[in-house]
Every structure is written in C-alpha cells, then in structure tokens.
Design a protein around this ligand. Structure first.
Ligand code: FES
Length: 84
C-alpha cells in the first residue's frame, strides 16, 4: 500500500493562521494512519503572497487552502481511501 505525501506550510503567514495546530494534528495521528503518511514541512508553499487563504497544505500534488485541524484529518482519510 502506497503512502500519501502531506506537506504542511510552516511559513509565517500559514503558521500564524493555523499551521502550528496542523503540526499538532499530524503528531497525534493514530498509528494505522501515520504509517501511511509521509509528512514534511515547507518554509512557504509560495501561494500566500496573492491574497491567499492560509494555512496551506499540499496533499500529494493537490494544494489545499484554509486547512483546519478537522479538515486536515478528513482530507488525509479521503486520500488514503482513494489510494486503496
Ligand atoms: S507561508 Fe504558507 S504559502 Fe507562504
């Protein structure tokens, strides 16, 4: 079973708009999910300068805006389901 890639933006804009909480979410993922997720962090995903909607997370190649603690978990579960 393949892993999905989750890249969380830790740039200033995303961090203050909720990125810090997203890190806490991935740090507490249940083992059965954590084992299938490749987590990385970015200093800036490059989309915050145009009046964007931080915090941003990249799931595989898909950029998602305004990610919350709840939606991040939901998105990860959906991607894992689609990857089966
Ligand atoms: S700080 Fe997150 S996209 Fe730039």
């Amino acid at each position: 079973m393949g892993k999905i890639e989750v890249k969380i933006c830790m740039g200033t804009m995303c961090y203050v708009m909720g990125g810090a909480e997203l890190k806490a979410v991935v740090d507490t993922l249940p083992p059965e999910i954590r084992d299938r997720v490749e987590i990385s962090y970015s200093p800036c995903l490059g989309t915050c300068n145009n009046g964007g909607e931080p915090p941003y997370v990249k799931i595989n190649d898909r950029l998602v805006a305004r990610v919350s603690k709840t939606s991040l978990l939901q998105i990860i579960k959906e991607e894992l389901y689609n990857a089966v």
